[in-house]
Design a protein around this ligand. Structure first.
Ligand SMILES: NC(=O)c1ccc[n+]([C@@H]2O[C@H](COP(=O)([O-])OP(=O)(O)OC[C@H]3O[C@@H](n4cnc5c(N)ncnc54)[C@H](O)[C@@H]3O)[C@@H](O)[C@H]2O)c1
Length: 335
């Protein structure tokens, strides 16, 4: 590829940073645009900044800022955009949906407009399995109806529908990727696995919504990044790709594995009131992405072991993020 610049939005986040690290190591030049919200952190890109700085440009920009975003498109005319930037925490979307609609829907609309005007070759939108809603038995296919439950999932489904309209109306070269629940190092402790590890490391109980029976399909972050890279290089425009590991586990099963790895008894579990509108189970049919040659490489037992030991070794980072969260939740509950 002549112009190897790839524009990655949300590249200072959990999955976007894993993806950016992967791309620069594989010879791509990466421009990251990230607002650095509480969820973004340049520390995740430290390895790129110190070892691959010539292949990397960072802009602290809000994707909702049309003029700033346009100046980046004008300057680099990137052939590929991979769009991760989003508000991503379901519980926060229930407390306050507006920022989710702004960044996730309006921000995506701005990117689509610019990508179309600057004749992008491929626009890869990172959606989520949550757009399908829950499935008690069986799996969701890429053409299953959308039935999102939370304001977060609705905001993501809205982007998918908008993108489909661009594909149909303008023959816009977009691809939608729908990964399942992703976990691994560097994930913000607002999410279930790192928060559970944080609590146990502080001798506190893991809190489970309801009876802990909600089931998620757990995908290790490096496998998620590899799947997105396959879609970027080989995925057909106008298609949707589900990305699931095939490993489904209830929250209580995950909690028990974490407790075992940290040498605690199962008494370190408490049950709390269920989240409103909580989807019971997600599960994806992922044969389309496998047809591109992708297969998950990291088993759940290896992935969770790596994750627990990463958080133990990077406890300071974990604690800093978790402390911020406690303040945020306190302030939100006062609003
Ligand atoms: N983590 C998961 O389990 C999962 C699963 C499926 C899909 N996804 C999707 O993958 C993408 C990345 O998820 P993640 O877990 O890495 O999220 P994250 O919350 O860790 O990162 C989001 C990043 O977007 C940035 N951002 C937020 N608002 C912005 C704005 N207005 N302008 C520019 N940057 C902004 C943040 O600063 C942060 O760096 C999201 O689109 C999410 O919906 C995540």
């Amino acid at each position: 590829m002549k112009n190897k610049w790839v524009l990655v939005t949300g590249g200072a986040g959990f999955i976007g940073s894993e993806f950016s690290r992967l791309l620069v190591k594989r010879g791509y030049n990466v421009i990251v645009v990230d607002k650095l919200t509480y969820a973004g952190d340049l520390a995740r890109l430290e390895i790129i900044l110190s070892h691959y700085s010539k292949k990397f440009i960072f802009y602290k920009v809000d994707i909702c800022h049309y003029k700033m975003m346009e100046s980046i498109f004008k300057k680099y005319n990137p052939p590929i955009v991979v769009h991760f930037a989003a508000q991503t925490h379901v519980d926060s979307s229930i407390i306050s949906p507006k920022p989710f609609l702004k960044t996730n829907v309006l921000g995506t609309a701005i990117l689509l407009d610019l990508a179309r005007r600057y004749s992008i070759r491929k626009f890869i939108h990172i959606s989520t399995d949550e757009v399908y809603g829950e499935i008690w038995k069986g799996k969701f296919f890429e053409d299953s109806p959308l039935n999102p439950a939370s304001p977060y999932a609705v905001s993501k489904a809205s982007c998918d529908i908008l993108i489909k309209s661009y594909i149909r109306t303008y023959q816009f070269p977009a691809v939608i990727v729908r990964p399942s629940n992703t976990y691994g190092p560097w994930q913000h402790p607002e999410k279930f696995i790192p928060f559970s590890i944080y609590k146990v490391l502080n001798n506190k109980k893991i809190s489970l919504y309801g009876r802990g029976t909600n089931v998620r399909e757990w995908l290790y972050v490096s496998d998620c990044a590899l799947a997105i890279k396959s879609v970027m290089e080989k995925g057909r425009v106008s298609k949707i790709y589900n990305v699931g590991s095939g490993v489904t586990k209830s929250n209580i099963e995950v909690a028990k594995v974490i407790l075992k790895l940290l040498g605690k008894s199962q008494d370190f579990i408490e049950f709390v009131d269920d989240r409103p509108g909580h989807d019971l189970r997600y599960c994806l049919e992922s044969s389309q992405i496998k047809n591109l040659g992708w297969l998950p490489k990291v088993s759940f037992s290896d992935g969770i072991k790596n994750t627990v030991s990463w958080y133990k070794n990077n406890y300071k980072w974990l604690e800093k993020k978790a402390r911020y969260l406690e303040v945020y939740w306190k302030e939100s509950s006062l609003k």
